[in-house]
Write a protein that binds this ligand. Sequence first.
Ligand SMILES: [Zn+2]
Ligand SMILES: [Zn+2]
Length: 154
Amino acid sequence: MTRMMKKLVMDELHRPTFCRECEGIMVYKGIGEYQCEDCGEFAYDDYGKVRNYLEKHRGANVAEISDATDVSHKSIRDMIKEKRFEVIDNRGGYLRCEKCGVNINTGRYCRECEIEYHRQVEAEARLKRTSSLGGGKAGGTKGDEGSKRFTRER
Ligand SMILES: [Zn+2]
Ligand SMILES: [Zn+2]
């Protein structure tokens, strides 16, 4: 089976980069879920929203999903077409990570490649934020806080 190379890049999923509560960096936790590294607020990208909804409402149609999640019909159809939800269809065989080619059963990248991608976005977001704040974060960061954040990852 030939899978079309769609260019639904991750940015089109409306990734929450900054926290809407405190403008902290949203750190990727997995399957479309993000958590603010400053205040702990959770947020979801389009994929995460749709996936959450489908977990509770199996068999929901595109219109229902869209109403409930605010994600456009087109994005939902694209995600379904790409078999990004194992809850919808896991019988089409395995997917492969688009970056390293290992077998995966949902999404587009294996967990490692996905995490790597998100870490890059987060690093860029940090840079952007620091430069837009001019003087950097008030109070300064306590040295080892950064490394603790990463080990908390499941
Ligand atoms: Zn926050
Ligand atoms: Zn991979």
